[in-house]
Every structure is written in C-alpha cells, then in structure tokens.
Design a protein around this ligand. Structure first.
Ligand code: CUA
Length: 153
C-alpha cells in the first residue's frame, strides 16, 4: 500500500471515531438524545389506561408539575394548562389515533406523538406568557387547526 494511502486511511478512520465519540458523548453524557423511548401503550385503550384515563395537570413538587395529555384529531386534552413562572413541567403524551406533533413555540420542546407510544418530555418555563402549542405532523383535514396554549403566570 502506498504511504499516502495509509495516511489518509488513518485520518478518515480517526475522523469517524471522533464523530462517533462526540455524538455518543452528547447523547449519553449531555442528555441530548431524542426524548421518548420504549414506553408502550395499547392505542385502542388509551381512555382505560392509567394515567391517560384521567388527563390533566398535577402539582408534584414545589414548582414542578406533571401534565398527562392525549392528542387526537384535532385537539389536545386538556386544553387549559396554567403554571406559575419558573415551573418545570413534565409532559406525558400519547396519541389516540394517528401521528401528531407537540411543539411548544419559542422553546426547544418538540416531539412526535405516535399511537402506541408514550412520549415523556420536560420543559421549564422561566418567562411568563402565552405559549403556543402546535401539532406539527400532518394528521388530516383539520391539522392546521390543531393548537392550544400554555399560560405561564
Ligand atoms: Cu395533529 Cu396535525
């Protein structure tokens, strides 16, 4: 093998290893992996399955809340969410029908909510205001009307 061939092989292999280490470090050490995971649910029985049989907002800490939410064509349940400024909100989301999106405009919170899967996502609301929540996955004829707001006081 030619010497420069060896050099370039070594460089490209080194770059691949470097990128894989950087990606792995971000995903596992910095927690930058996509949200969600392996939590499954029977999409036919969302209404009978805890905690989705009782969607709503619960205070679980000093300024910490859990929001259990179902998404369905073309709405979010519950529609009314209000938390104080600085609140950390743990969202637990699932879909009752097709794939929907859950994007809190102006934040990094953005997920795909699939039937049969539970999506967990945490967001801290430091600034008071009305946060627009959009479905950003095309889900049918009423997709463009699928929105709600989160009020931070
Ligand atoms: Cu739900 Cu688009």
């Amino acid at each position: 093998m030619h010497k420069s061939e060896k050099v370039w092989l070594t460089i490209s292999f080194g770059m691949i290893m470097l990128f894989m280490i950087a990606t792995g470090y971000q995903a596992f050490a910095l927690g930058m992996a996509p949200p969600g995971g392996m939590e499954l649910i029977d999409p036919q029985k969302v209404d009978q399955t805890a905690p989705f049989d009782n969607p709503g907002i619960t205070q679980i800490g000093e300024n910490e809340y859990e929001v259990v939410m179902t998404l369905q064509i073309f709405s979010f349940t519950p529609m009314e969410i209000e938390v104080p400024a600085g609140a950390t909100v743990h969202f637990k989301l699932t879909s009752k029908d097709v794939v929907h999106g859950f994007q809190i405009v102006g934040t990094n919170a953005n997920g795909m909510v699939m039937p049969g899967h539970v999506l967990n996502m945490t967001q801290t609301f430091t600034e008071p205001g009305e946060y627009l929540v959009l479905c950003n996955e095309y889900c049918g004829i009423g997709h463009q009307f699928m929105a709600t707001t989160i009020t931070v006081k």
